[in-house]
Design a protein. Sequence first.
Length: 165
Amino acid sequence: MLFHIDGDRTWTERSSSENVGLFQERVVAPVQQILKGTKSTSKDAETRLHRLFSIVPFYSIEAWLYQHTDVAIRLCRERYRGRDLARFKAWARDRAALDDVEKPKNEICLKNLHNLECAGPGYPAQAVFDAGRSYAECVLRLQECAELRALLNATAGRFEVGPLE
């Protein structure tokens, strides 16, 4: 089960994210208690617990969405007279920098009005992963789950997704 929570901190300050701690306290700990009370074996309970995933962009989901800089630049030009072109171009060159922008949707002309478009086709997933910040951390955690990898690999032919190594 995937849970999206914004880190509400920059990547550099991620260790102080209250939301990450609250996820552990309000979701993981209660599920762990429930599993302890079932007839599940310890190994089975652990397997089930590892099916809980937090998807945590830092500062917020826009830090991942604005990474689709081709779309962001096009939207910025078409709808906002190019107001933030320089920033989007800088982020295209240094993708890691976006995770250290506090409240990115408040800083940029796109706000959260174009999130769906920024999540669309052509998203530069490999480049964002290569930046080595919150997106990469999330992908690596998801890849640790053998069950999830098997399910994704089983769908690879139907959804044009390559196998996960």
